[in-house]
Design a protein around this ligand. Sequence first.
Ligand code: CA
Length: 229
Amino acid sequence: MRILVIEDEEALSDFIVLELRHEGYEAVPAYEGREGLEQALGEEWDLVLLDLMLPGLNGIEVCRRLKAAKDTPVIMITARDSVMDRVAGLDSGADDYMPKPFAIEELLARIRVIRRRQEKSQSPAPMSLTFKDLELNIESRMLRKDDQWIELTKKEYELLFIFMKNINRVLPRDLLLERIWGHDVGIETNVVDVYVRHVRNKLDTRGGDIEAYIQTVRGIGYVMRHEKD
Ligand code: CA
C-alpha cells in the first residue's frame, strides 16, 4: 500500500512516515500543499494523508482538486477540531477525518478501514451464482433456469446457495442441517432430504433425471458436481 503524507510539520511528518513504514506501508512525505497535490496527481497512491493547514495550498483545496481528478482515498489531518473544519474537510471529498493530536494506533486503524473498503470495491461480490443452466440471483433470491424464473422458499434458497457456493464438494447432511436450520430442537436430519426433494422438483419440472443437478452421495449427503468427461 502506497501512502502519500502531506504534512508541513516536519517532526510529525517524520513520525508518521516512520510508523507507516514500520507497519510495512510505503510512505512518502510532501511538505507543501502545491507540491503535495502535484505528487498526489502524478503518481498512483492507495491513500493520501492530508494536513488541513499547509503552506502553498491548504488541505481543503488540495483535497478538492485531487478528488476532481482521481478517487484516491484521503484522510484529512488537522490541529483544529472544530465542526466547521470537519464539515469543510468532508465537503471537499475527504474519506475520513483525524483530529490532532491523535494516537498513531488510531490512525493505523483508520488506514486499515480504508484498505478493507478498497479491497471490497476491487472484488465486488457476485450478483449471482451459476451452475449448468441455473442462475441463482443473490439480490432477488430467485432462481433462473432456461429463462424462466423459479420462486424459492427461504430454506430452499439457502440450500441451493450452499450447494452452488460449493460446486464439486460433497456436503454431508449434518453440515447442511447445521448451516440452514442451526441448532433448532426437534429438527431431524431427514428434513435435509425433504428439502433436497423440494428443490429437485422445482429444478426438474419435466420429469427428467432427478439427479441432474443435485446428486446423492449414499450414506453421506449431497453434491452439485460437474460431470467429468
Ligand atoms: Ca500544518
